[in-house]
Design a binder for this molecule. Structure first.
Ligand code: FPP
Length: 243
């Protein structure tokens, strides 16, 4: 068997159950074309829809995408509202998830979001609750560090109320208070756009994730790029601390 065939076969055998994606490069994609950054986010949303369906068809059971971080509020008001409008557009078009048999779930702190967006998010979660082809987590106003701090606060509260003791604050106990409490941790995290960091994405859950970075700007990301990431993943040797 040629090396190529061997690698493709391996990629089919060892698919990740959960993929996380940091969709980076929308702004640069727009700038290169002399367009406003919001145009990059709109094109990025189209890519997001295509990649979501591709992952579902490929048998991925959980996909988590980083749509808006707790730090993204620092961007101009115009850009923030551009991203929120892209999200509104996606959520209003319910067939984006109903037709796809994809369960939609939001992770992050919803509190500061506009009321109409919060209502659309709840609606999407309720409508898609029984869909089982794939679970899609959309991270909005999400940060891994605040997620862990929140879990620590909830554990402390349980101690104060006498429900558990300090010794009961184990990794398992902390996990119970994360947004992804009922889900497996990401096996593979992909970041597009040529930066090599995790930027507060799934900080707890990524402890043993395989990381894959590529230079392609998110709006240009296609199925063939996911395939390259899957192939790289299939050739990794995951030891989880074992020799
Ligand atoms: C990072 O690229 C991207 C974002 C901060 C926003 C990502 C949002 C989307 C792809 C839209 C998602 C839509 C839905 C419906 C979930 P950047 O702006 O930092 O790019 P740059 O590094 O080139 O400036």
């Amino acid at each position: 068997m040629s090396l190529f065939k061997k690698k493709v076969a391996a990629s089919l055998e060892t698919l990740p159950v959960h993929i996380g994606i940091i969709m980076d490069g929308n702004g640069r994609w727009a700038k290169k074309r002399g367009m406003p950054r919001s145009a990059g986010h709109s094109k990025g949303a189209a890519t997001f829809r295509d990649i979501t369906r591709y992952c579902r068809d490929r048998g991925i059971k959980y996909l988590t995408v980083y749509a808006f971080s707790t730090e993204n509020w620092k961007r101009s008001e115009e850009e923030v509202s551009g991203i929120m409008n892209v999200l509104r557009g996606y959520l209003r078009d319910a067939k984006n998830y109903t037709k796809d048999n994809i369960r939609v779930n939001f992770i992050g702190d919803r509190e500061p979001l506009d009321e109409d967006i919060k209502a659309l998010m709840e609606d999407a979660e309720k409508t898609s609750e029984s869909f089982d082809a794939m679970t899609l987590n959309i991270a909005i106003n999400y940060g891994g560090l605040p997620e862990i701090a929140n879990a620590a606060r909830l554990c402390a509260q349980k101690v104060l109320e006498g429900e558990i003791s300090c010794e009961d604050i184990t990794c398992e106990e902390i996990k119970k208070h994360l947004y992804t409490k009922d889900q497996p941790d990401p096996d593979l995290i992909i970041r597009t756009g040529g930066e090599y960091r995790l930027s507060n994405f799934l900080t707890w859950q990524s402890a043993y994730s395989e990381l894959y970075f590529c230079d392609v700007l998110w709006p240009d990301f296609e199925a063939k790029h996911i395939e390259q990431a899957l192939l790289a993943y299939s050739n990794r040797n995951r030891r989880f601390g074992n020799a």
